[in-house]
Every structure is written in C-alpha cells, then in structure tokens.
Design a protein around this ligand. Structure first.
Ligand code: NZQ
Ligand code: ZN
Length: 394
C-alpha cells in the first residue's frame, strides 16, 4: 500500500440556488476585483452569467468579464486574460462553466503572477511560486477541475495539449447546482460521465491494489455513474440523478479514489493527443482509447481486470478462465459506451480512418519526441503508444 496525502481544500456549496452564495464566498476568499471567466453561449443563454454578475454588483464587488473559452481551452485566450487581469488589477478569478473554463482560469491565475511565458509552466520548464485564487460556478460535471490540482491547455501553435498539476491551483470554492446541468446535451452529458469514470479507472487499474477501502469507493462510484447516466439521458431534468453525477465528477477526481494506490493516466495522455490534433471532446476521446489500452495492458494485473468485470460490469466470474472474464469486462464497457452514445475507436470518434502518419505523429508528441514514457500499470514507450493507437484505429 502506498503512503498518501489527501488534500481537498475546496469548499463545496452544493444544491438548488447555491449560486446565490457567490458574493459571500468571493469575499470570504479575499476577492475584491474579480475576473468572471466563461465559455461560449451556454452560461449567457441560461441567465447564469447575468445572475452571477448581478449578485457581485449587489455586494459591491468590482468585476470584469472575459468570455469565449472553447472546449480544449486555448493558450491565446488565456494570454489575453493575463494581460487584462494585470491591466485591471484583478485579484480573483471566477470561472462560470466547465473544465475548459476552469482550466483557462487556472492558466490565467498562474500567468498573472509569473514573470515569464506561462506556457513554460506547462512545458515543465518553470515552476510557479504563487498564483491568483480561482473558484468556480460549475455548469458541467466532467473534468473535475473544480476540485483538482490540474489544468490542461492547448497551444494552437502546433496543436499541443499539455496538463500541469500543482496543489495551489485547487479552487477555493465550487458552487454546484445540479439544475444548471439540465440544459446539457446528451453527448456532453455522456462524455462528462465517461471522463469522470475514467478519472477513477486511471487510479483503479494499478499494481498497488491492497487499499481495499479505496477499491470499494471506486467501484461504488463507477456503478453509481453507470446507473445515473441512463436516468438523465432518459429524463434530463432528473434532479436526483443529475446530483449524483455532479457530485461524482468531483469525488472521482479530487484524490479520494486514489488514496493508497498508484495512478496510471496513460489513457488520458494518449487521449490528449487526440483532442490536441482533432479538437474532439475529451470524454469521447477517452472512450475511443480505453478498450485498446485495456487489452494491451491487462496481463500486468489480470485479477484487477477480472474484479472490474465482475464488480463493476456485472460479468459472471468464470474461475476457470480469468482472461476470458477480463475480456468480457472490456467488451461490456464497450457496450456501455455505445449505449450512451460514445465511440469505442478512433474511426467512430473522428468520422474517418486515421492515417499511419497521424498515428506516428501522436506517438511522437505523446512521448515528447521519444523522451518520455506514460502509464504506470504498464510503462508505455513511444512504440507501445503507437501500438495502442493502431489497435484503436477501428
Ligand atoms: O462554451 P459553452 O457554450 O459554455 O458550452 C459548453 C461546451 O461546449 C457546454 N456546456 C457547459 N455547461 C453547459 C453546456 N451546455 C449546456 N448547458 C450547460 N450547463 O459543454 C461543452 C463542454 O464544456 P467543457 O468545459 O469543455 O467540458 P469539460 O468540463 O468536459 O472540460 C473539458 C476540458 O477539461 C480538460 C479536458 O482535457 C478538456 O480540455 N480536463 C481537465 C482536467 C482537470 N483540470 O483536472 C482533467 C480532465 O481529465 C481533463 O483532461
Ligand atoms: Zn479527464
């Protein structure tokens, strides 16, 4: 069992009308001049953005706004945000949106306090020593950025998507009102659930599998998401199940399902090249990669894949054939992905055959020019990455 630190400092304010508390919370965490950061249209259309701004005004909190964050958030907009915040002496960043908006907010928050090029932080060339506080009013459960230490940014120059993790970027508070997720289209809802389940699966498929309580929690959250997604696809205004999913997105990525175990993250690393190159939805990209990754690595800890098949995917345990049971679990996951409208290979994801050159390019980028490996259950070199992309071609 691995020793661990569990650090989840974000104050979660959960429930109907929870956004009413936004001004109080901004004040509590020291904000006096706020950048309200948001995405395309959804927060404008729903009236949430307007409501948040009115509540800040009512409490005499100065703010400016910057919208336009797109999924797979771009470095160029974050750089605009950094300039804007410096000019306007902003001291607090409030993201109104999902993972992309929160990640862009974190990037801005680093950049405002950093003398060099903020991209160097994501390249691993520089380490920030401080940043502005960030918080969120969450509108889509998926990335878990509302409690996580990570942010993922795409540099349009070369379509490179990189993540950076630092505990100081864990948001001060997260306001979560499940009603705000009623407007999510089915595809975004399903991609979000796929992503949050993967955040726990990245920690579940490990060689340190002796922290039983963590395994129990992981399996319970995975099973709960499997049920809740069908309920909300059927009835988008099912508050009870929207709430399970919204809270699931946070607990499945705030470290709880990783206590005492090593984490893998290879599926995420492999996916980041797909969303960097093809600008696809992150959760859908994960569904396109995971089955191939699983088949490639399952012998590293076959009993774990058997356990997943039986306890999460409800596959009967054939004690005479552990490999067969493990494979049935992977196939059951593929059926689940299809049932919620997710792809199970790259062809289904991008709508055409991927070329061998594109695969080589993704393996090159994922291995940072053949200098890095990824994964922990099985350490993947560039050649393994290429093999998995080939298996996932479809
Ligand atoms: O831009 P708008 O109009 O707001 O539309 C968004 C966007 O198109 C829409 N949306 C959000 N809330 C809505 C809504 N539509 C209707 N009703 C609502 N209530 O949903 C679309 C997707 O939003 P986005 O923020 O991109 O989704 P998500 O939360 O999945 O974030 C994805 C990003 O997070 C990164 C991913 O790589 C990707 O770039 N990740 C961040 C992580 C982290 N910081 O810890 C971990 C993850 O593994 C992930 O890599
Ligand atoms: Zn993810």
């Amino acid at each position: 069992m691995k020793d661990f630190n569990y650090y989840a400092p974000t104050e979660v304010v959960f429930g109907e009308q929870s956004e009413e508390q936004v001004a109080r919370l901004v004040k509590k965490y020291g904000g006096t001049k706020v950048l309200v950061h948001y995405g395309g249209q959804s927060a404008v259309r729903s009236g949430l953005l307007d409501k948040v701004c009115r509540l800040l005004e009512k409490d005499n909190i100065a703010y400016i706004t910057l919208g336009g964050v797109v999924p797979n958030p771009r470095l160029s907009l974050a750089k605009q945000g950094i300039e804007l915040c410096r000019r306007e002496s902003v001291d607090f960043i409030l993201a109104v949106g999902g993972g992309s908006v929160i990640d862009s907010a974190k990037c801005i928050a680093y950049g405002v306090c950093f003398k060099g090029d903020v991209w160097d932080i994501y390249l691993g060339k520089a380490k920030p020593s401080t940043m502005l506080p960030v918080a969120s009013v969450l509108t889509i459960p998926a990335a878990g950025s509302e409690m996580s230490e990570a942010s993922v940014i795409t540099n349009e120059d070369g379509d490179v998507k990189l993540g950076y993790s630092n505990d100081m970027s864990r948001p001060k508070f997260a306001i979560m009102n499940p009603c705000r997720t009623f407007t999510l289209p089915p595809y975004q809802t399903a991609a979000g659930v796929t992503d949050m389940m993967m955040h726990t699966m990245e920690r579940y498929f490990t060689k340190d599998d002796d922290m039983d309580l963590t395994t129990d929690i992981a399996e319970a959250t995975l099973r709960r998401m499997k049920t809740a997604i069908f309920a909300v696809l059927k009835n988008p205004e099912d508050y009870r199940n929207r709430a399970q999913i919204m809270w699931g997105g946070s607990v499945m990525h705030n470290g709880l399902t990783g206590c005492g175990v090593s984490d893998d993250w290879a599926t995420h690393q492999l996916e980041h090249e797909l969303s960097g190159m093809f600008d696809v939805t992150h959760g859908a990209g994960l569904a396109a990669i995971w089955p191939s990754w699983a088949r490639y690595v399952m012998h590293e800890n076959l009993s774990r894949f058997v356990r997943f098949a039986v306890n999460v995917m409800d596959v009967p345990n054939d004690f005479t054939d552990p490999e067969g049971t493990a494979l049935k679990g992977i196939e059951a996951m593929e059926r689940f992905y299809h049932a919620i409208g997710m792809p199970i290979n790259i062809k289904e994801l991008i709508g055409r055959d991927i070329t061998d050159e594109e695969i080589k390019e993704m393996a090159r980028k994922c291995s940072r020019n053949y200098t890095h490996t990824c994964g922990c259950l099985k350490v993947l070199h560039a050649e393994d990455m290429e093999n998995i992309y080939q298996m996932a071609k479809g």
